[in-house]
Design a protein around this ligand. Structure first.
Ligand code: MCN
Ligand code: CUN
Length: 795
């Protein structure tokens, strides 16, 4: 349900009008809706073999011996490979995206349940899986470290004894802000509130699991790899570095992807195993993990234990925010984040507020759990940061006896303060927070909701209203301070207009369901007036697209979107010169009107972009110095991130008898600057809000004390369905980004970032009559029940 009237052109693309931004059905949907998507598992190559991975049954153990003889003798088996065999080729370990190393196959120890130990290549998937059962591994089981707090105890078992000189489970320390200045504002504050918070380990759980088909051609030395990757170019460079195969001999193809949500950013051992298997057997090899493998071994998200502190004056002026974080990185630091940001963009934990000082100290540890860390629509850890600040602001409101909306409105960064440099050094490009907040309050009928709540409380009914306001930093990023493994975070784009005026635009980013084939065609259409249906978007194939770092951190629109607009403008500039020749006037005498140039003051004398395309390729002279063809390419280096914001309000009812939380209403007002396709934006927001309900109320990857993963299937790892979510009420404001060529900001992760604190704030608000000030996610009935009874279960 969209409650706010929109002033955007609604159009039908099949009218073939020169159009750009606006609602438009997705060009990719006809194939998806008809089951014609082409996913990695749809790739079938002649003679293709199948690979299955043997995984560690325990969380921490020394490998004593591995006997593969029975497996090798099993029918249909072509090869059985262990870590020791990979070690002989120097391939047992690979670099992670955070300058750590990760075992491709374990050689010395297994360090988390589900870790890759050996693989079998066989004629079919069944033979491969059957043979796994025949591999005999003897383990010497060690005590595991499951709790991050335990990891730092002096007598804790050492997990990373592979790292030279490593004597403990410490992964990294990081700090940001000014400790002394923060200390000073805390010392003079009237009110200081602190709260311990846990953002539990969750998992993106995309519909399609991870997989790859590797095809190494020994004759031409070329490796073709179809894989579920959100960043095909970055992956190719890493394979080139690890395997020593030059980049022009590697083609990474990322076909249709059934959801990524950050899960498909890292390089997984399975991809490398498939490559090795193809080289060893000389055949194409497919590896597709199953759901349990995906849940236990691939990139998790969050797992932050946080203490938040907030200092304020008695009348509600926020002075400072301080936080201490213990980050659980699992067995290997496989976090995907720019090198200089080991904690991702957590530094934006000062939120949307104009405060005097801030400080964060973080310690990250290794534990016997799967690696990962940055995934699940996290905007590089902004999810954790926004949860922290929006929870402690609510705790402060509670302490001050102030309305949480009023407290936020009182402390917002003001529109004239932008660009605003936060106390941790982030430069927010633009924002206008109060109208966004007011719109959400109007849509919710905030005052009326509070009255209703009062009446219900008097009757003993439990109703809660929760607010969250967020600012995100998306569009990584300026190359001066952002790179992943030395690769600057820029993106290329190439646009070619064919003689008949149809076009193809090639991107370095890769859609996992966000609708890029539609929205990038719209960006180009807006600039050169060719209808989106005449513009083909190509992505996900390194041989056919320009280099760039890929899709995550909601960076496609901020970075590639800018590239697409600018490359189209380059083409238009050339078209203008050709038009001046065709109309025999000077360039200065031409006026552009979407899709055509006409002579100033004479709209009847014009040439369309299609006419120009034909002339660019056809017979007849071109103006002096102009080459034939109509195409351009660009590499876009963003000067800053973009900072979308939003105001979310959640209304919950809690059954006092069962402690079941029902999200009755959810109002989401998002500001992502210029909106390219409002329908797609709404879809992104709906999806993210649903994720938020999952995280706030249902989802958690839990472990028992031995390190057994208790969330290894969708029976145990609960994700929301349409039954658990309300009809979303969405609205928007538009504050363009001043440095982005079309003023657009990212939106793909906004709702996942903003919704969990709104829901938790609503639940805590509902539980106020019980004196509850905080309860940790996921707020399952048992946790809510415990909170009502004044107990807290360990996370
Ligand atoms: N958009 C728009 N106008 C804007 C901003 C965005 O019309 N001002 C459109 C874009 O054109 C694009 C979509 O919204 O079609 C998302 O754009 P953007 O915010 O740039 O995010 P990305 O395209 O980079 O997508 C990445 C983001 C991330 S990081 C995760 S995680 C996530 C998300 O997208 N994973 C998703 N949304 C997802 N949606 C689907 N269906 N599947 C996933 O795996
Ligand atoms: Cu953090 S999940 Mo998205 O950036 O691919």
């Amino acid at each position: 349900m969209t409650t706010v009237h929109e002033r955007v052109d609604t159009f039908h693309d099949n009218d073939q009008k020169p159009v750009g931004y606006g609602r438009m059905l997705r060009k990719e949907d006809p194939r998806f809706l008809r089951g014609r998507g082409r996913y990695v598992d749809d790739v079938q190559l002649p003679g293709m073999l199948h690979l299955a991975i043997l995984r560690a049954p325990v969380a921490h153990a020394r490998i004593v011996s591995i006997d593969t003889s029975a497996a090798e003798a099993s029918p249909g088996v072509r090869a059985v490979v262990t870590g020791a065999m990979l070690a002989q080729q120097g391939l047992a370990w690979m670099p992670t995206l955070s300058n750590d190393v990760q075992a491709v196959l374990a050689t010395d120890k297994v360090r988390f349940q589900g870790q890759e130990v050996a693989f079998v290549v066989a004629d079919d998937r069944y033979a491969a899986r059957d043979a796994l059962e025949l591999i005999d591994v003897e383990y010497d089981v060690l005590d595991p470290v499951i709790d991050a707090r335990r990891a730092l105890e002096p007598d804790a078992p050492l997990i990373r004894d592979d790292l030279e000189g490593k004597a403990n489970n410490h992964c990294f320390d990081w700090e940001t802000g000014d400790e002394a200045a923060t200390e000073a504002v805390f010392a003079r504050a009237d009110v200081v509130v602190s709260q311990d918070l846990v953002y539990p380990r969750v998992h993106p759980a995309p519909m399609e699991t991870c997989g790859a088909v590797a095809d190494f051609d020994a004759v031409d030395g070329k490796l073709r790899l179809w894989s579920t990757t959100q960043a095909p170019h970055a992956h190719r460079t890493l394979y080139a570095i690890v395997a020593g195969i030059p980049e022009h001999k590697i083609q990474v193809i990322s076909p249709d992807i059934g959801g990524g949500f950050g899960n498909k950013v890292p390089i997984y051992p399975g991809y490398v195993c498939a490559i090795v298997a193809s080289i060893v057997t000389g055949k194409p090899v497919k590896w597709m993990e199953d759901r349990s493998e995906n849940l236990i071994s691939t990139g998790f998200a969050r797992d932050y234990i946080m203490r938040g502190e907030i200092a304020a004056t008695r009348d509600g002026r926020i002075l400072g925010i301080r936080t201490n974080v213990l980050a659980d990185h699992g067995a290997f630091n496989g976090t995907a984040a720019p090198v200089k940001y080991p904690a991702g963009f957590f530094g934006v934990f000062t939120g949307s507020y104009d405060i005097e000082a801030a400080y964060c100290r973080m310690t990250a540890v290794y534990t016997n759990k799967a690696p990962g860390g940055v995934a699940y629509a996290c905007s590089f850890r902004i999810t954790e940061a926004v949860y922290l600040v929006e929870r402690i602001v609510d705790c402060l409101a509670d302490e001050l006896g102030m309305d949480p909306a009023e407290l936020r409105l009182k402390n917002f960064i003001q529109p004239e303060q932008f660009p605003y440099t936060t106390k941790t050094g982030w430069v927010y490009d633009s924002g206008n927070y109060e109208p966004t907040m007011r719109l959400a309050m109007d849509m919710a009928g905030y005052a009326e909701l509070r009255r209703e709540q009062e009446e219900k409380r008097a009757r003993g009914e439990l109703m809660g209203i929760g607010i969250a306001f967020f600012t995100e930093a998306v569009g990584a990023g300026p190359r001066k301070n952002m790179d992943i493994l030395g690769l600057g975070m820029a993106d290329g784009c190439e646009l070619r207009v064919h003689p008949t005026g149809k076009a193809v635009v090639r991107l370095s980013v890769q859609s996992q369901g966000q609708g890029h084939e539609t929205t990038f065609a719209q960006i180009v259409a807006e600039e050169i007036g060719i209808p989106p249906s005449d513009i083909e978007v190509l992505h996900g194939d390194t041989d056919n697209t320009p280099f760039g770092l890929g899709t995550y951190g909601s960076r496609s629109t901020p970075v590639s979107g800018a590239a697409a607009a600018l490359v189209a403008r380059k083409v238009r500039d050339k078209a203008r010169i050709i038009a001046s020749g065709m109309l025999e006037v000077s360039v200065a005498d031409l006026e552009w009107e979407k899709g055509a140039f006409h002579v100033k003051g004479d709209p009847g004398t014009s040439v369309t972009i299609q006419d120009i395309a034909m002339r660019a390729h056809g017979a007849g002279d071109l103006p002096e110095g102009i080459e034939g063809g109509l195409e351009a390419q660009i590499c876009y280096n963003p000067s800053n991130l973009t900072y979308p914001h939003g105001a979310y309000i959640c209304v919950v009812d809690i059954d006092p008898g069962t402690a079941q939380v029902k999200v009755r209403r959810f109002i989401a007002v998002d500001d992502c600057g210029t909106r390219i396709n409002p329908m797609i934006i709404e879809g992104q927001v709906h999806g993210g809000l649903t994720d938020g309900v999952g995280m706030a109320l249902m989802e958690m990857i839990a472990f028992d004390e031995d390190g057994n993963c208790l969330g290894a299937s969708l029976m145990d790892y609960l994700i929301p369905t349409s039954l658990e979510v309300p009809d979303w009420e969405t609205g928007f404001t538009v504050t363009p980004s001043p440095h982005h060529p079309i003023g657009a900001k990212g939106v793909g992760e906004s709702a996942t970032v903003g919704s969990p604190p709104a829901i938790v704030n609503a639940v805590v608000d509902a539980l106020k009559p019980f004196g509850v000030r905080h309860a940790d996610m996921p707020l399952t009935p048992s946790r809510v029940w415990d909170a009502m009874r004044g107990q807290a279960r360990p996370p």
